[in-house]
Design a protein around this ligand. Sequence first.
Ligand SMILES: *Cc1c(COP(=O)(O)O)cnc(C)c1O
Length: 367
Amino acid sequence: MPRPITAVIHAQALRQNLAVVRQSVPDSKVFAVVKANAYGHGIERVYESFKSADGFALLDIEEAKRLRALGWTGPILLLEGIFSPQDLFDCAQYQLSFTVHSEQQMVWLQHHPYPAQFDIFMKMNSGMNRLGFKPQQYREIWQQLSQSDKIASITHMMHFSDADGERFGQKGIDYQLSEFEATIQDLPGERSVSNSAAILRYQNQLQSDYVRGGIMLYGSSPDYPKHSIQDWGLAPTMSLRSEIIAVQQLNANESVGYGSSYVAEQPIRIGIVACGYADGYQRISATGTPVLVNGIRTRTIGRVSMDMLAVDLTPISDAQVGSEVVLWGQSSTGTILPIDDVAATSGTIGYELMCGVTARVNFINQE
Ligand SMILES: *Cc1c(COP(=O)(O)O)cnc(C)c1O
C-alpha cells in the first residue's frame, strides 16, 4: 500500500470555477492562468476542464510546450515574456504570445533574424513597479513597436497590486487604472488588465478584453477573509487528504511531538496523521490549524514534523486508524475546509499552499 496521503483534483470544481469567471465577465475573453504547473495542480490534470477557455497564460516555455502536446491550438501567453533571444524561436514554432515589458526584450525582438508575426502584450508599469514601461515612456515605445515588422498585434496590459483590497484608503485599483487609461486613451488595440480579484470585485468598472484568471479557478478567494469561496460561488479544486495511522490517549501533562510544544491540560484522544512538512504542509501550522476528520472540523495540535502531525479527536469519538483526514479541500462526504482557512492560520495564502504540495504526494483525478 502506498502511504495514504493524496492530492485529489476535482474536475467538476475546476469547471464550476471557470463558469464563475465567464459569468463575471461575459464580454471578455478568458485566459486561464496555469503558471506554476497550474498552481500546483498539474497542467495535464486541469487541461480538460479548462480547454473551453479562450487561452492559457503561464511563464515557462516548457509548460507551453506541454499544452501544445495536449492538443491545445489556441492562444498561449507568456506572462513574463522571453528570457533570452533564443526563446523567440520557440515562440515562433509554438505560436506563443508574450509580454514585452523591457527595452532588453525589444532589442531581442528587433534583432530576431527571421520574419515573424508575433502577438505581443505590451506591459505598462502603472504603479506596481515590478515589470513594464512607465506611463511617460509607454506611448513612444508603443509607436516604435507598432512599426516593427515582427509584430502582428499589440495588446495593452497591466497588472494590479491591490485589486483585493485598498491602498491608502482608496479602492485598490484606482491609482493604477487612472494612469493606464489616460496613457492609452486614443491608442488602438485590445486591453488585458484583470486578475481574479479584479474579475470578482470590479467586473462592471473595468474594460478588459482579455482577463487573466488564476487563483479563483483553483477555489481560493482572492480577497479572503473579506469574502470566502462560498461568497464567490467557488469550489475547492484540490483536496489534500490522508488518514489517521495511529491513535494515542494522552493523560494530563503529557505532550505530543518534537519540543513538547503541546501539553495536554486534561486527558485527550489524539490522532497521528500521515502528513508532514515534507508533503508540503506548512511546519508553521501550529496547534489550532483547522482540519477535518471523518468530515468533522477539528484542529491540529503540537508541532508538524516531516512526515506526521497530530490532531485533536475530541469531537470525533468514532475516529480510528484509517479515518479520513482532510488537510484542505473537500472530504469524501462533501464537507469543505477552504484552503484559505488553513492558510490564514498558517500566516500565508491559498496560493502558497496549493503550489507547495511536494512530489512524493500521489495526485489523483476525480470527477
Ligand atoms: C499570476 C498572474 C495572474 C493571475 O493572478 P490571480 O491573482 O491568481 O488571478 C494574472 N496576471 C499576471 C500578470 C500574473 O502573473
